[in-house]
Write a protein that binds this ligand. Structure first.
Ligand code: MN
Length: 724
């Protein structure tokens, strides 16, 4: 650039003033001077002064019609990274807003994009938007990238390839999504030139060779269309244009055709003043030329998510060739050309979205699957500063792959996405090189590395910390499998013992297929393993198994009367069908032998744990029972209350009160009012003149007990009521 600095500044100020007349241009001038001083003496790879780059970026930002802080940030965007200046300097000299924008642009530039896989390009784009938080940061970054692409020839070949690839994968689609089509087209063509230099050159040559022909064709069609419109009294502007190179190349590649048909390269556009004229023009065109079925798209009635509006159609043109025509109003055209900038309005020098555009900007929300309802319009004025993906986080694998998670995801979620085995043995994690606990919440841009240990197993606590359905179902699956294994092992132990007591060998029975036959006999499943599991869960008794194999022998329970231990074992398991309902489901099964631990007497409503005992089915403890803490966690099993069940459970409470006549009468009145039948009551007086009253009774649910305790608490003279 040979223009002197003063001229460049003047041009920039004029450009800003044109769309934002009340802009505070002194701020722009300050930023221009500050950035110019900071970059003084620095050179670009081309040998030109470095400052040319930020100035060009600022010009592009002005083309996008962004606000003054954005222009300043454009001028200063490389200062923190490449000069002595700090963010604090920026904040002091300019504003917090400018510093924030520069910081955002710097951070986006540092994201490690190093893979070429398309499916994660989308995630990466979303991450950029998510991390930017303010859409202006993305736009400034786009301007920075565009200028770098325009001057890419000075880079090394490696650098060219990397930057062009990144531009094609990330920035061109971003521009597209933001509705800035001219920027997308330019970024695509610039990337194309470096990514496929031979194809690019070939296409350019081919286009040049056919240019004359094409021009004649364009003029012919333009005139035909214009005449047609005039004859039908439709005021309309018609232009033919050559599509962008990357678009043409892609079309050729997809249709496996060479560039022998000039028609594919040109598209026609008709601009009208009103929507009515759009449809009128469409009707005229369709009447004159045969439309190609399935090619008509009405984006006027149904705009694209990014607010693009136009009618698209393809027809058999005047030369019998396929001809593409887009019809739209001038206003639609402006929106399409300017993208997000078309929606920017300026008041008192500050940029924002007009009230009417807030509605239109629903696309921004759709675009990013932004779910939150914006009730307050003022909130959306801040639209430009929304947390676009509040519900998602994007993190990197150590290889640089991007993975998307719901907000709140932890390393456990991450591990299960990598591989089920990685999840199952996930012992710890490093986030950005630092060890973190497994419950650590992942943040956008984190690099996550999972540390596995073959001894590590999923446990129930993980269910509370993970955020993905996938991790949860994998953990549950694992825990269920583990419990089945335990049940099976216990069942085998029990059957083995019962057989031994009856004088038989388990191994022998197994070899002879007797266990398999018993399984079918007892309808316990198809496989021997099913039978063992049923025994383990107390659904089939070892005695039943022995009897099924040796029906002619004396029942095992009688035969082992003298055996003591086994008597207890089989006695408890006998006659399971007549067992009183327990009100407990073990892994969803209700007919399982359970007993309630006397140490904590759990009530329906209490949070409970089950333990598979040796020979006595499943014992139920309260979750906080100190005794349960000492039990073998290997024998833990999922249990829950059966909500249908109305089984009563014993409970004991202590009522501390004054030693006052009449109090007991009031207490028993309360019990009877609440339909409690006392089984037993004890009272004793303490030396300090107080009374401790202990009551034993039955309730069906924790809620009932709580009701009773609350009522007792209200009696005058009662200090406290506690469950024992
Ligand atoms: Mn830059």
């Amino acid at each position: 650039m040979s223009t002197p600095l003063e001229t460049q500044l003047e041009e920039l100020l004029a450009k800003v003033k044109a769309y934002n007349p009340s802009a505070d241009l002194s701020l722009v001038t300050d930023a221009f001077t500050t950035a110019g001083d900071a970059h003084a003496g620095q050179k670009r790879k081309s040998g030109e002064p470095y400052f040319i780059h930020p100035v060009s970026v600022a010009h592009l930002i002005a083309d996008l019609k962004l606000d003054v802080p954005s222009i300043c940030a454009g001028l200063l965007h490389d200062c923190v990274e490449d000069t002595e200046m700090t963010l604090e300097n920026l904040e002091e000299t300019f504003t917090r807003e400018v510093a924030f924008l520069v910081d955002g642009v710097t951070k986006l530039g540092k994201l490690p994009w190093n893979t070429r896989e398309e499916r994660q390009a989308e995630n990466f784009r979303k991450m950029l938007l998510a991390m930017a938080k303010d859409i202006r940061v993305v736009l400034i970054k786009l301007a920075d990238r565009t200028n770098n692409m325009r001057t890419l020839e000075h880079m090394s070949e490696d650098g060219q390839d990397r930057i062009a690839r990144e531009t094609m994968d990330i920035y061109a689609p971003l521009a597209n999504r933001l509705g800035i089509y001219w920027l997308r087209a330019e970024l695509e063509d610039l990337s194309f030139r470096y990514l496929y230099p031979n194809e690019y050159r070939q296409l350019l040559e081919d286009l040049e060779a056919t240019e004359e022909q094409r021009r004649a064709y364009v003029v012919e069609v333009e005139q035909t269309l214009r005449r047609l419109m005039a004859r039908n009294d439709i005021r309309c502007e018609v232009h033919g244009r050559t599509k962008n190179l990357w678009g043409i190349y892609n079309k050729m590649r997809n249709q496996k055709r060479s560039l022998d048909q000039i028609y594919d390269v040109v598209a026609f556009r008709a601009l009208t003043s009103t929507i009515r004229d759009c449809y009128a023009a469409l009707g005229v065109v369709h009447e004159k030329f045969t439309p190609i079925p399935g090619r008509f798209k009405d984006y006027v009635a149904m705009p694209k998510p990014n607010q693009y509006q136009s009618l698209h159609t393809s027809l058999m043109g005047p030369r019998g060739e396929r001809m593409e025509v887009q019809i739209r109003t001038y206003e639609m055209h402006r929106v399409c050309e300017e993208g997000i900038a078309a929606h920017w309005v300026y008041k008192d020098g500050r940029g924002g979205l007009s009230a009417s555009d807030q509605q239109k900007f629903a696309w921004l929300r759709q675009l990013v699957e932004f779910q939150r309802d914006l009730k307050d319009p003022a909130e959306f004025i801040d639209a430009v500063k929304i947390d676009l993906f509040a519900d998602e986080v994007y993190v990197f694998t150590p290889n640089g792959d991007v993975k998307a998670f719901p907000a709140g995801a932890t390393p456990v979620d991450f591990a299960f996405v990598i591989h089920t085995e990685v999840g199952n043995h996930c012992a710890g994690a490093k986030v950005n090189g630092q060890m973190v606990p497994l419950r650590h919440k992942l943040r956008n841009g984190d690099t996550v590395e999972i540390i596995t240990n073959s001894n590590q197993r999923p446990n129930k606590d993980w269910l509370k910390t993970c955020a993905t359905a996938r991790a949860r179902s994998k953990i549950r699956h694992y825990i269920r499998g583990e419990q089945r294994d335990r049940g099976r092992a216990l069942g085998k132990e029990l059957v083995e013992r019962a057989l031994r007591q009856a004088g038989h060998s388990y191994q022998k029975m197994q070899k002879q297929g007797a266990l398999k036959r018993a399984t079918l006999d007892l309808h316990a499943g198809n496989k021997e393993e099913d039978l063992l599991m049923q025994v383990g869960f107390g659904k089939v008794t070892p005695t039943q198994v022995v009897r099924s194999i040796f029906p002619e022998e004396t029942p095992a329970a009688d035969a082992t009367d003298k055996g003591g231990r086994l008597k207890r074992l089989t006695g408890i398991f006998s006659k399971p069908r007549r067992r009183a309902p327990s009100g407990i489901r073990v892994q969803g099964e209700e007919d399982v032998l359970v007993r309630f631990a006397h140490c904590c007497n759990p009530l329906p409503g209490d949070t409970i744990l089950g333990f598979i005992t040796r020979g006595r089915g499943v014992t139920i403890h309260k979750l906080d029972c100190p005794k349960a803490l000492n039990l073998d966690p290997e024998r833990r099993i999922d249990v829950s209350w059966d909500s249908e069940s109305e089984v009563s459970h014993p409970v004991t409470i202590n009522v501390h009160s004054t030693d006052k006549p009449g109090l007991l009468a009031e207490v028993s009145k309360t019990f009877s009012e609440l339909k409690v039948n006392l089984a037993q009551a004890n009272c004793r007086v303490t030396p300090n003149g107080r009374a401790i009253n202990t009551f034993h009774f039955q309730v069906a649910h924790l809620d009932h007990l709580k009701q009773v305790m609350r009522a007792l608490q209200k009696i005058r003279g009662v200090y406290s009521v506690e469950r024992v």
